[in-house]
Design a protein around this ligand. Structure first.
Ligand SMILES: NC(=O)c1ncn([C@@H]2O[C@H](COP(=O)(O)O)[C@@H](O)[C@H]2O)c1NC=O
Length: 509
């Protein structure tokens, strides 16, 4: 048996090759790998001795040679192939151990130049991996050090690997080279700023298997982007509690996106991917109290996100409730002591910031994938107009801004009522706008009086303004742009409501 070993990640390679040599396997190796093996007392044959050609162009060409690829690709049971090997003095290679230049690690490093990245695109390695995987009927190929032991055991037991093992390893190789190329394609596509190229070749790495999906009868797993933003739930650190579930991850993602809208201390409670209570204040405690009071019923079993440290006093209030997750940039030690009393409560820390650039969001449909930029739009002063006779007061502006920040993250049709640094009513995911408004108003009850209303999209007719006026709402923020805007403006003027047009819509489906 003959093996070719050429690895960038040299973990575990010395003991593995040592055993191969002891089993009588002849090992061929490229420069750096050969040096490491020989430094550790394992004698191997250099690649140039096989190719009859030196490694050239700073290692860009070392194994790209018919003496190697002929040995990898020849069918053992094919007389013509075997005759050609003999004719050219090529010896078959049965076992291939290759892992690739660290492209991902290189582009993750701060200060990496474009030239560094290009130099870390492995060419010879993927060629050998793909050739061996294609010929897996006869060749065993390994790209992951975790597979060394299993292969060694099979060789020890029967002198060879099983066809099933070879096929499983070949599939793993093609997944690996495809993911590797997807990373390179992504990097270069971004460099030339092509937003939506002719084919989408993204890759994700398994973070964990999940107990189940949205429901217990659905199998599920969590995959993360190879360069996941450190400000995302994929990069959060779990300090305590049960493993995250599928629904937890979705809800936590939503809560994090909302709380990041605020620069002042803010708390967001989420249920089923909609905010049920949002509060802002001078401290985490004040913000939490407002988020809780916003809807003390729905927060039960919810996900709560902070954008500032959770202290002991806040932890004591949180401890009174049943919650699924608390996510925050940090917890004080005494807050942790209080919260850790609940065995299952998941406590997550996460840096709250903005990666910069434009994040891409994917939504799957049966048979396809929809791709769009994340909704980054904030309130742009340049687009704002006030078409009503009355301008909002200073206090109304505060409430309007809060309602607008929150309504952006509520499923459409969405209406949010805000008053005094908290939401007081949330109407989510209704099939008509006035229906969403009625839900928000009903939830707010008396608190609707003097509150501000935010709507994610324009009013197609004046019925929402009418309902708002009757509930005592005094200010409205909405995109504007309906052909019947005039009706809504007239209605608002009739009731003395101040109405703001943002010029931006925030549908969320
Ligand atoms: N150019 C080639 O012919 C070639 N053949 C193997 N490699 C890579 O060289 C690395 C190992 O090099 P070394 O043994 O010198 O440390 C491996 O990651 C392998 O995938 C190559 N390098 C890049 O393309």
């Amino acid at each position: 048996m003959r093996a070719l070993v050429s690895v960038s990640n040299k973990a575990g390679i010395v003991p593995f090759v040592k055993e191969l040599v002891e089993l009588g396997v002849e090992v061929i190796s490229t420069g750096g790998t050969k040096s490491i093996l020989e430094e550790n007392g394992v004698q191997v044959r250099g690649i140039s001795a096989v190719t009859g050609f030196p490694e050239i162009l700073d290692g860009r060409v070392k194994t790209l040679h018919p003496m190697i690829h002929g040995g990898l690709l020849a069918r053992r049971g094919d007389a013509k192939h075997q005759a050609q090997l003999s004719e050219h003095g090529i010896t078959p290679i049965d076992l291939v151990v290759v892992n690739l230049y660290p492209f991902k690690e290189t582009i993750s490093k701060e200060g990496t130049t474009f030239e560094d990245a290009i130099e870390n695109i492995d060419i010879g390695g993927p060629a050998m991996l793909r050739a061996s995987a294609k010929n897996h009927q006869d060749v065993t190929v390994m790209v992951d050090p975790a597979d060394y032991e299993g292969v060694l055991n099979e060789i020890k037991e029967s002198g060879k690997t099983t066809p099933e093992t070879r096929r499983r390893l070949a599939a793993k190789v093609f997944r690996h080279t495809a993911a590797y190329d997807a990373m390179i394609a992504g990097y270069l596509t971004e460099a030339v700023e092509e937003a939506h190229p002719e084919s989408l070749t993204v890759t994700f790495e398994k973070k964990q298997d999940l107990r189940y999906g949205e429901n217990p009868h659905q199998k599920a797993a969590f995959y993360e982007a190879p360069l996941a933003s450190k400000f995302s739930i994929a990069s959060a650190t779990q300090l305590h509690g049960k493993e995250l579930s599928y629904n937890n991850i979705n809800d936590a993602d939503t809560a994090i996106q909302i709380v990041k809208e605020f620069t002042e201390p803010a708390v967001v409670a989420v249920k089923h991917m909609n905010p049920c209570g949002v509060g802002v204040g001078a401290t985490a405690l004040e913000a939490y109290q407002r988020a809780y009071e916003a809807d003390p019923v729905s927060i039960f079993g919810g996900i709560v996100a902070f954008n500032t440290e959770v202290d002991k006093a806040t932890a004591e209030l949180l401890h009174e409730l049943f919650l699924e997750i608390i996510v925050s940039p940090s917890f004080s030690d005494d807050a942790l002591t209080v919260l850790k009393q609940k065995k299952n409560l998941r406590l997550m820390t996460l840096e709250m910031g903005d990666q910069g650039g434009t994040a891409t969001r994917y939504a799957s449909i049966r048979g396809g994938l929809l791709v769009q930029e994340e909704d980054y739009a904030g309130l742009d002063e340049a687009n704002i107009t006030v078409p009503t006779k009355r301008e909002p007061t200073e206090k109304e502006w505060e409430d309007l801004k809060l309602a607008w920040k929150v309504v952006k993250h509520v499923k459409s049709n969405a209406i949010v009522l805000a008053k005094g640094n908290q939401t007081v009513g949330v109407g989510a995911g209704q099939m008509n706008r006035v229906g969403a408004a009625k839900i928000a108003m009903e939830q707010a009850g008396e608190k609707a009086v003097g509150s501000a209303l935010g709507s994610d999209a324009f009013f197609p007719m004046d019925d929402t303004v009418e309902a708002a006026a009757k509930a005592g709402i005094t200010a409205i923020i909405q995109p504007g742009g309906s052909i019947r805007d005039e009706d809504s403006i007239k209605k608002a003027d009739e009731y003395g409501i101040a109405m703001v047009f943002t010029g931006v819509r925030h549908f969320k489906h």
